[in-house]
Design a protein around this ligand. Structure first.
Ligand code: SAH
Length: 330
């Protein structure tokens, strides 16, 4: 814990450089000079939850709500496949319209059409049975950030009808079923402290997720946290490095939120030890409406532009994006 505090607060540039260099070396030794790409499809901006930080919370009157049809989702996959994506990530708010029947139908169809691709879901908390049915239909991975490993902190970020224990239960269930599981948290979320971050790292060490998604907290207008300070890019980079060193094989994305706060955020994330990027495959007309935070980047781009831009950016720092499922290496 004192060591973590030192790493997160030191102004000693040489210490930070060596942390980042060590993390990059470890990532290179496991995954090489390669970056895995995931095609992100944002399937719904409807949400029944009221997370205090999120621009798509149910009380957000100004949010524009949309849902993709089965055909739109399949079109995104088709486009994505042609662009070289071999992982599709379907993410959305907790939207009852995407019930098990509908999701099983969609996942089965994507599985049937693309037997060589990984299917990742990020649809929040569902029942054990739902997770099981979606896995049986062909989903391989599930992203569900734990948001914070400190129960009291969790309760300050979420309304009373959401529970830390259920979040943890979902993560355990997903793992038991056989998904490659991703947890994660926002860096600089309101009320976060070195103590809560320490618990996050301990949780990562004990849970041994296959993926860890972290990005800076970015305030969303009209939410209870609209006037809270944004997370720090520097702290996010330090934490990426620390997570890489704690868990050398983990799949670690350089997130869009990091790219939103700094024009070279994703590149810097890779150089600090990340090895995944998730370009957007969502239909351009809905991009701006998946507004979990303000000023999100790439909302006007076509899928192909995002794909090319990613490739170009990674090449510029000496990394190749690869056409493969990019599974966890055990
Ligand atoms: N409903 C899904 C997907 C949520 S969006 C789920 O519950 O898993 C994915 C992630 O975006 C969230 O887990 C959260 O960590 C992050 N996020 C939400 N609001 C944010 C904000 N204002 N700034 C940065 N990240 C945010």
């Amino acid at each position: 814990m004192p060591q973590l505090k030192e790493l997160l607060t030191t102004a000693d540039e040489s210490l930070i450089k060596s942390l980042s260099a060590q993390a990059r070396e470890v990532a290179d030794s496991v995954y090489g000079k390669k970056v895995f790409i995931r095609g992100l499809i944002e399937i719904s901006s409807h949400c029944k939850n009221d997370c205090l930080y999120c621009g798509l919370r149910r009380s957000q009157k100004s949010a524009v709500r949309y849902r993709l049809t089965d055909e739109q989702i399949l079109d995104c996959c088709e486009k994505g496949y042609r662009l070289g994506f071999r992982t599709f990530v379907m993410q959305g708010g907790e939207d009852a319209w995407f019930d098990d029947e509908r999701m099983v139908r969609i996942v089965s169809e994507v599985r049937r059409r693309y037997p060589d691709c990984a299917i990742t879901l990020s649809l929040g908390e569902r029942s054990d049975e739902s997770y099981r049915r979606l896995f049986d239909a062909g989903a391989n991975r599930y992203l569900l950030r734990h948001e914070t490993a400190d129960k009291e902190h969790y309760e300050k970020l979420h309304p009373a009808d959401m529970s830390f224990d259920n979040r943890m239960h979902c993560l355990e269930t997903l793992k038991r079923i056989g998904y490659q599981v991703g947890c994660g948290f926002m860096v600089g979320s309101p009320f976060q402290t070195v103590e809560t971050l320490y618990k996050d790292l301990q949780f990562i060490r004990s849970f041994q997720p296959h993926m860890v998604g972290i990005g800076p907290f970015i305030p969303a207008h009209d939410t209870p946290f609209a006037n809270q300070p944004q997370g720090s890019v520097g702290t996010t980079l330090r934490l990426l490095s620390i997570i890489r060193l704690l868990h050398p094989h983990v799949l670690l994305p350089a997130t869009t939120a990091l790219g939103t706060l700094h024009p070279m955020g994703r590149e810097r994330g890779i150089l600090a030890g990340a090895n995944v990027v998730m370009p957007n495959l969502s239909p351009t007309e809905h991009r701006k409406d998946y507004a979990i935070y303000d000023n999100k980047i790439c909302t006007g781009d076509e899928a192909a532009e995002c794909r090319n831009c990613t490739e170009y950016r990674m090449r510029a720092i000496g990394y190749e994006t690869v056409v493969s499922r990019g599974d966890y290496k055990s």
